[in-house]
Design a protein around this ligand. Structure first.
Ligand SMILES: [Zn+2]
Length: 78
């Protein structure tokens, strides 16, 4: 993987990011990408709005601290 996160591996990493299983270094890269990528922001939004019964098959709940961290990061970049 290169230094830059693309949308393509971004979605994959986003899933892991939202599950809170990514190491800190990767989390920062994801946050940096999402901050400049409306598509990934939309993905995060839709993920969070997905009914629990649907997403429980593929992912754990979004940890509050991850959600807060991402929201704060996006707000600062806006
Ligand atoms: Zn993206």
């Amino acid at each position: 993987m290169t230094a830059d996160v693309t949308c393509r591996d971004g979605v994959e990493l986003l899933m892991e990011y939202l599950e809170g299983v990514l190491p800190e270094s990767q989390r920062q890269r994801i946050e940096a990408h999402v901050a400049g990528c409306p598509r990934c922001v939309a993905f995060v939004d839709s993920y969070r709005q997905t009914p629990r019964i649907v997403r429980s098959a593929t992912a754990a709940d979004l940890p509050d601290d991850v959600a807060a961290s991402l929201r704060r990061f996006l707000t600062e970049r806006r």
